[in-house]
Design a protein around this ligand. Structure first.
Ligand code: BG6
Length: 504
């Protein structure tokens, strides 16, 4: 081996890799996720010239649609003027129950037709966008019909699995076992769309492509870490689903754990599927799992009551469609975690997420220690906050550094000011949507941004104790008015350590 090869960065990062010919099979094709996320993402890939010439799409679902009805849904998903109609002509629809052999026989025929007519070369990407109860059913039926292997002349058959991935540790592991009977782990691509967000990936660039941040990225300099996923939206039309999920399963177990892992993990040896995922899982493993009493003390669950978002009156969670009027499902979570490793021992990591909060914002904030001695006197420095580095994941993607400056004038008065980098101001064009990025990665077989089996297990290990205690009688549920920053109890969680939440 040439020594230089080991050190020369690969130019793979520089190019958008063209996917090989393939057929994309979407299960749950008549559903909401397909129309809202998948089809627009495929249309965007098409518009950006990334889809291969040999490409076809097959929708499978129980809804009794014709090819034409599916084609119309696809057409509606693309912006006018995209070279989309060509692709639409290559769309087929298989209506049927996933428990019926006949459904999969017809799917096989459609796959063979795609290979023959559209040059898709026997390669398949199966996308499970069904309800989660059907993930294992579909995977096992695919295997039974020999569809877990590439078709003639093909080199891959991959399975993309949506969230939620299980509803606790045991069910996630049972799902894993069922999928592993049908597909090898290397064929399975578990989606967390937060990993496809440009700014989440920029965490890696910020940390590992700059000399100045990594040396202070540890307990010596960082006082605490605050990660926020705040939404203004309520549960919309998903009340029925949300009743069984709640914010802990819906956001904390997946999106927050992923962002936390990327923020706090060690530098990876290589930026590839193994390098990144090895480090993420190591970090997740180091998170201390609380015992039941600690779980009650270190987390707050909340639920929104009626309130006001902007100039709109909005109902409380218990008044939403599909929600039990006595529901105790949490729409808000705040928690404190500890990471027991050399780098982060003693640094509290605060997570919070909620629906119907004051503002839509996802951000990671590193709050640094205060200076050991402030020579300017308390009164003149009372407007000075600790240094903060904030990575704004969305909206208004960017990075902001908060530091102290002298207020112009005679007195030596100090105030905190911002140094602000905004993606939109510096880079032209809009960021690719997370689903566009992730679908492309699944097509080229790059699993870096997908969740590996051991990561799923570790993330559930962390949230399971909270789920368990919240399932018991008598554990408090705090309430907060829609449009606020969450329940007062969440402020107390930090106040007892003389800290405060940031107000983004
Ligand atoms: C989904 C959750 O995974 O993420 C939704 O199920 C939530 O409840 C959504 O609204 C938030 O995603 P984003 O990209 O809008 O921050």
């Amino acid at each position: 081996m040439n020594v230089q090869d080991q050190h020369e960065p690969s130019d793979d990062f520089d190019r958008v890799k063209a996917p090989p010919p393939l057929t994309l099979v979407v299960f749950g094709a008549s559903g909401d996720l397909t129309a809202r996320k998948l089809l627009p993402a495929i249309a965007a890939l098409c518009e950006h010239g990334i889809l291969p010439n040999g490409f076809a799409i097959i929708g499978v679902s129980r809804t009794a649609w014709s090819d034409e009805e599916f084609q119309k849904t696809i057409l509606d998903a693309a912006p006018a003027g995209a070279p989309w109609p060509e692709i639409v002509k290559r769309a087929r629809y298989v209506a049927g129950d996933y428990a019926n052999k006949d459904t999969f026989d017809r799917l096989k025929q459609a796959l063979a037709e795609a290979d023959r007519r559209f040059g898709t070369s026997g390669n398949r990407v199966y996308y499970l966008a069904t309800i989660p109860d059907l993930f294992a059913v579909v995977a096992s039926a695919l295997a039974k019909h020999d569809c877990n292997r590439p078709g003639e002349g093909g080199s891959f058959a991959r399975l993309v699995v949506e969230k939620p991935y299980g509803h606790d540790l045991d069910s996630a592991m049972a799902l894993d076992d069922a999928l592993h009977v049908a597909f090898d782990e290397s064929q399975i691509f578990r989606i967390d769309h937060y990993m496809g967000k440009e700014t989440v990936q920029n965490l890696l660039a910020l940390r590992f492509a700059n000399a100045i941040f990594e040396p202070i990225w540890n307990r010596r300099y960082v006082d605490n870490v605050q990660i926020t996923v705040a939404e203004q939206l309520g549960v919309e039309h998903r009340g029925g689903f949300y009743e069984h999920a709640g914010a802990l399963r819906d956001i904390v177990q997946n999106h927050l754990m992923q962002v936390l892992a990327l923020t706090l993990m060690e530098p990876p040896a290589t930026v590839d599927a193994q390098g990144i995922r090895d480090e993420k899982v190591k970090l997740l493993r180091a998170i201390v799992v609380p015992d039941p009493d600690e779980a009650v003390e270190t987390a707050v669950r909340g639920q929104y009551t009626p309130g006001r978002i902007g100039d709109q009156e909005v109902p409380g969670y218990r008044q939403e469609n599909g929600v039990d009027p006595r529901s105790v499902t949490e729409t808000y979570v705040a928690m404190q975690l500890a990471v027991d490793n050399w780098r982060w021992a003693g640094v509290p990591v605060y997570l919070r997420t909620g629906k119907r909060l004051n503002k839509r914002v996802t951000e990671v904030a590193m709050q640094f220690h205060r200076v050991p001695h402030l020579a300017f006197g308390g009164r003149l420095a009372r407007d000075l906050r600790p240094n903060e580095l904030v990575i704004r994941v969305q909206p208004d993607e960017g990075i902001c550094l908060l530091f102290g400056a002298k207020v112009p004038g005679e007195a030596f008065r100090l105030r905190s000011v911002n140094m602000d980098f905004s993606y939109a101001r510096v880079f032209e064009g809009t960021n690719a949507d997370a689903y566009e990025r992730l679908l492309h990665d699944a097509m080229i077989g790059d699993a870096t941004l997908f969740i590996r089996t051991d990561e799923v297990a570790q993330a559930w290990r962390v949230v399971d104790p909270f789920l368990q205690v919240w399932g018991e009688e008598g554990v408090p549920l705090a309430h907060y008015p829609a449009g606020s920053w969450g329940p007062h109890e969440a402020d107390l969680l930090l106040a007892r350590d003389q800290r405060q939440w940031r107000h983004p």
